[in-house]
Design a protein around this ligand. Structure first.
Ligand code: KIV
Length: 280
């Protein structure tokens, strides 16, 4: 079995721009991410929208996250597994965050957790408890209402300086890496250079130490318009609908199942059975 990717190995990749993280929510998406060699699989709270059909990431519960995280850890062999603390599971207090993160580790086999925003005391409490923490700054979707929508953050020099300060504070508190989402490439570049820990970008330009995407966006399996940073690598939803439609047409026209796709009794048994019914 290949060696498991560790937190120290990820931090050592600082400066190489090579860290690949992709979301996973179940056995197939875990196989796809690991099959592609991703170092980190994130059980993101994007689960809420791309899998569970909620309209924001605010809806998904910790129990729903754990259910999916278990499927990922049962399947994964090599990647570092990060569980996203969902809205309402960590903002109450550092104690609440430790309790939620402990469930992620104990009940679902995650190796680390991610949380959105600037919560240095919480990061300290989690790392004291031995749970590695990935930060997440910029367009943090759990603050959707506060931002008034999914808006690119850090667009002014003042806002950019605040982002750099926040990233430094999270590093100081013990984060082993930070996701930078939806910020200008120039700002992500400055943040990345200001830190000793890796940054992982999504809509944050090319200068981050790694990149992350939601697997359903990457594969063309999500609804609605996609952000500009999601190049269409596949159109799986279109292919899936076409395949189901082709099968449905064959069912309706009686083309399937074919004789080869069916199971059969032995010819002699069929003959004997027929005779029995005829004799009656
Ligand atoms: O929930 C998620 O998928 C995420 C990534 C977009 C970083 O937080």
């Amino acid at each position: 079995m290949p060696d498991r990717v560790t937190v120290p190995e990820i931090t050592k990749k600082k400066g190489r721009g090579s860290i690949v993280m992709v979301t996973a929510y179940d056995a197939p998406t875990t196989r796809w991410g690991e099959g592609a060699g991703a170092e980190i699989l994130l059980v993101g709270d994007s689960l809420s929208m791309v899998v569970l059909g909620y309209s924001t990431t605010l809806d998904v519960t910790l129990d729903e996250m754990l259910h999916h995280a278990r499927a990922v850890s049962r399947t994964a062999r090599r990647a570092l597994l990060v569980g996203d603390l969902p809205f309402g599971s960590y903002q109450g207090s550092a104690e609440q965050a430790v309790a939620s993160a402990t469930r992620f580790v104990k009940e679902s086999g995650m190796h680390a957790v991610k949380l959105e925003g600037l919560w240095p005391e919480t990061v300290r409490a989690l790392t004291r408890a031995g749970i590695p923490v990935m930060g997440h700054l910029g367009l943090t979707p759990q603050s959707f209402h506060q931002f008034g929508g999914y808006r690119v953050q850090g667009r002014t020099i003042e806002a950019a300086k605040k982002l750099v300060a926040a990233a430094r504070e999270l590093q100081e508190a013990g984060c082993f890496s930070i996701v930078l989402e939806g910020i200008p490439a120039e700002v992500a570049s400055v943040v990345t250079k200001a830190l000793a820990i890796p940054t992982i970008g999504i809509g944050a330009g090319v200068d981050c130490d790694g990149q992350v995407l939601v697997v359903h966006d990457l594969l063309g399996m999500s609804e609605g318009p996609l952000p500009r940073f999601v190049a269409g690598y596949a159109d799986i939803e279109k292919e899936a609908i076409a395949s189901v439609a082709a099968w449905a047409a064959d069912v309706r026209s009686g083309n399937v199942p074919t004789d080869k796709q069916s199971y059969h009794l032995k010819r002699e048994d069929v003959q004997e059975w027929r005779k029995e019914t005829e004799d009656r």
